[in-house]
Design a protein around this ligand. Structure first.
Ligand SMILES: Cc1ncc(C[n+]2csc(CCOP(=O)(O)OP(=O)(O)O)c2C)c(N)n1
Ligand SMILES: [Mg+2]
Length: 319
């Protein structure tokens, strides 16, 4: 991979990590309303995955969406502004943490209802097939979503209609406080794709380059017209399900063990070992991410709230 691309992936992952840490602080200061689900620990998943897409490929995900938004090219300024409910946010302050979106970047959201965006993804892929475009839909969801009826309806139809869609399950071992093996009949989630004859694979989600590589191959297969593909990405969230989670369902040692597999640390080590960049160069990237984040927080804090008279805008399409 080109050095420029390596440094870009590193920047994205560091920016997401710092953004999420800052979001936690802003939440504790009462500046963010509603729920807040952090992506800390899972950065390599969407960073590797989305680095493999082409601009015409659509991305859709659940509520753990801030990092996905960044990786889709939404600016850090409009992500932080959206978290603060400001008019300059990517959803104009109406979506908040769980409903970031920007269709011009082919990011179709942030969805709060578990599993509900999967049939929407099937519809997006059907649109591409119907129009004869060569776009692929990348639909990300959690392990918990695969126990919901929508999941089965959506992936079944994607196979029946041979749609251009990459299903990506981020298996982070838990759905809220429930471990996968307590809620799912199979703990290797990709087995569920087998039931629908959908080709599938799995990958270590703590290694951004492995995720990118497998995603490049899977997207190519899907783009060729081979129908849906299912990818299980094994990962872990280092923080609670959302802010205020007392985390009684898992042991501190388990979290610590996974933190030793920190995706940013692994990538840092690999870049240095393979001579991709020097430690000083990586530090400069970290400083740039921190400066960009600081500027974004200032921008968001000084941005206006949505004007009251716009309250009913964007509810119905203008005829
Ligand atoms: C239909 C529905 N049922 C329940 C909830 C409450 N809920 C929010 S997140 C969540 C767990 C989902 O876990 P998973 O899909 O693994 O995603 P993760 O949070 O691990 O990223 C639940 C049950 C919901 N939002 N929607
Ligand atoms: Mg989960």
């Amino acid at each position: 991979m080109e050095k420029k691309e390596t440094l870009k992936l590193y920047y994205q992952m560091v920016l997401i990590r710092r953004m999420e840490e800052t979001a936690a602080q802003l939440y504790q200061q009462g500046k963010i309303g509603g729920f807040l689900h952090l992506y800390i620990g899972q950065e390599a998943v969407s960073t590797g995955l989305i680095s493999a897409r082409q601009p015409q490929d659509k991305v859709i995900t659940a509520y753990r969406d801030h990092g996905v938004a960044i990786n889709c090219g939404i600016s850090i300024k409009s992500v932080i502004a959206e978290l603060l409910g400001k008019a300059t946010g990517c959803s104009q302050g109406r979506g908040g943490s769980m409903h970031m979106a920007d269709v011009s970047k082919n990011f179709w959201g942030g969805h709060a209802i578990v599993g509900a965006h999967l049939p929407i993804a099937t519809g997006l892929a059907l649109t591409d097939k119907y129009r004869g475009s060569n776009g692929v839909t990348i639909c990300m969801f959690g392990d918990g979503a695969t126990n919901i009826g929508y999941f089965h309806e959506a992936i079944n139809l994607s196979k029946v209609w041979n749609l251009p869609i990459l299903w990506v399950c981020e298996n982070n071992e838990y759905g809220m406080g429930t471990a996968v093996e307590r809620a799912s009949a199979v703990s290797e989630i990709r087995q569920k794709a087998e039931g629908y004859c959908i080709p599938n694979d799995h990958v270590d989600g703590m290694d951004v380059l492995k995720v990118r590589q497998i995603a490049l191959e899977a997207i190519e297969q899907v783009r060729k017209g081979n129908g849906p593909f299912f990818l299980e990405v094994n990962t872990y969230r280092f923080r609670g399900h959302s802010m205020g989670d007392p985390e009684r369902y898992r042991k501190a040692e388990e979290v610590k063990k996974w933190q030793e597999e920190d995706p940013i640390g692994i990538f840092h080590g690999r870049i240095i070992a393979e001579g991709g960049a020097t430690a000083d160069e990586l530090e400069a990237v970290e400083q740039r991410a921190e400066a960009d984040l600081e500027a974004a927080v200032q921008f968001a804090e000084s941005s206006p709230e949505p004007a009251p008279e716009t309250l009913f805008d964007h509810i119905y399409a203008d005829s």
